[in-house]
Ligand binder design. Structure first.
Ligand code: 5AD
Ligand code: SF4
Length: 419
């Protein structure tokens, strides 16, 4: 049987895309390997969101292409970098046989059919032993935040038909999946024949056997009271909202073309806290946007303190060629960016630690996702928010939802005991 090795960079959408390609290849007879040396086909699924992500992918591609010199192994480059500079890579890196850009990944079933024909060797797809999975509900982005390459490489917004989303969820639940995460660059702008995102959540929450539903990413400008009330009302919807703020200063937000103010963002946070008091809030924050002053950076710090995020993904601004922000002169040095990022990470680490510590003594529901490697009696799971939980107990299995009491917190993990 031919075999395939996957190396995936970037966001959860890329993880979902790699999985879709793997499922399609498995129908053509491929098996998955855990090392590139054993594989007949190597797929590198790439990310373009920051320069660093591209650099890491380029060096991995170079390394893997060396394994393809003999010609009996193929290298494919897929995803955002393949969209942006794929043809260049194909010319410059000898082993790269095929590029499948991010836009083509949206219809990768057709691409695989073009390559291998439409007959399937295997009728069954890979049996998944996992309890959580992703379902993309939106593709592309129309927001054109001034720093962001995504709308250029992933194209404009498209909502996946609601009946296809539902079908995909039903299939996954039938395979044993207990928790689904809906994916999109901006799930809040979902619109399929008048069905908006809260309607979609409501529809899918009726699927029998589906214990939990999550979603990411939400754009604050489209986050509605209807969505928040729906989250508060339907028990299987997790109490976690990822709401990227990016910056705390109105001038910077406007330069970023984010479409909301600090005050509007904070009013959304108030609304979430009013309806779902125990919700975990997480965010993405960027420092060192062109012309960001020390004072404006401090507004980002004060916003992070005011909101009290359970977790944050924090980045230094990285200019992306072709975006409108790349035309602004870069007034902030790399050193300044580094210092600001460090200060923000330090602040957020402290906030995260405090929020985790507040859970000690509380009763939580844990969805058990698997065993912790090398530690026999330890299981890993997640509460209904976004917190990782370690659970020491016997006679349980992945996929169970257990009542537990938090006995300790350590950094970004809760240690709990089954009740
Ligand atoms: N530089 C740094 N961070 C970026 N992000 C998107 N584009 C850039 C960029 N050019 C961050 C944003 C976004 C997250 C996925 O990546 O915070 O929400
Ligand atoms: Fe990029 Fe903004 Fe779209 Fe997010 S909403 S993908 S940051 S353009």
């Amino acid at each position: 049987m031919p075999s395939v090795f996957f190396q995936t960079f970037g966001c959860q959408m890329n993880v979902a895309d790699s999985d879709t390609l793997l499922q399609l290849l498995s129908q053509k007879g491929f098996i998955l390997t855990s090392t590139p040396h054993e594989a007949d086909l190597i797929v590198v699924n790439t990310c373009s969101v920051r320069e660093n992500a591209e650099k890491r992918a380029v060096s991995r591609i170079a390394e893997l292409s060396a394994l393809c010199k003999s010609g009996d192994r193929e290298l494919w480059v897929t995803g955002c970098m393949a969209e942006r500079v794929g043809e260049d890579l194909k010319k410059k890196v000898p082993g790269v046989k095929r590029v499948i850009g991010a836009k083509q990944m949206d219809r990768v079933d057709e691409v695989v059919e073009e390559i291998f024909g439409d007959s399937n060797d295997q009728t069954s797809v890979f049996a998944t032993n996992s309890v959580t999975d992703f379902v993309p509900v939106m593709r592309g982005c129309d927001n054109y935040c001034s720093y962001c390459i995504v709308p250029y490489v992933r194209g404009s917004e498209m909502s996946v038909p609601a009946e296809l989303v539902e079908k995909s969820v039903r299939e996954k639940v039938a395979q044993g999946i207990k928790e689904i995460t809906f994916l999109g660059q901006n799930v809040n702008s979902y619109d399929y024949k008048g069905i908006d995102f809260p309607d979609l959540l409501e529809m899918v929450s009726a699927v029998d056997g589906l214990e939990r539903i999550r979603f990411t990413t939400s754009h604050p400008k489209d986050c509605t009271e209807k969505l928040i009330k729906t989250l508060a009302r339907i028990p299987s919807l997790c109490s976690h909202i990822h709401l990227p703020v990016q910056a705390g200063s109105n001038r910077v937000l406007s330069l970023m073309n984010r479409g909301y103010t600090r005050e509007h963002y904070l009013s959304l946070i108030d609304l979430i806290r009013k309806h779902i008091p125990h919700a975990d809030l997480t965010t993405d924050i960027m420092v060192g946007f062109p012309s960001e002053t020390d004072k404006e950076f401090e507004e980002t710090l004060s916003l992070a303190s005011e909101v009290g995020y359970t977790q944050a993904f924090m980045f230094a601004y990285s200019p992306r060629q072709g975006t409108s922000a790349a035309k602004l002169s870069e007034s902030i040095t790399e050193q300044q960016k580094g210092e600001r990022l460090r200060a923000l990470i330090d602040l957020q680490t402290e906030i995260t630690r405090k929020i985790y510590a507040q859970s000690v003594g509380k009763e939580i529901d844990v969805l058990v996702s698997g065993r912790q490697e090398k530690r026999d009696r330890m299981w890993i799971g997640q509460d209904k928010g976004c917190k990782r939980v370690l659970l020491a107990c016997k006679d349980i299995d992945a996929g169970m939802i257990l009542k537990a009491r938090v006995v300790r917190s350590s950094g970004m993990t809760l240690i709990a005991e089954r009740i």
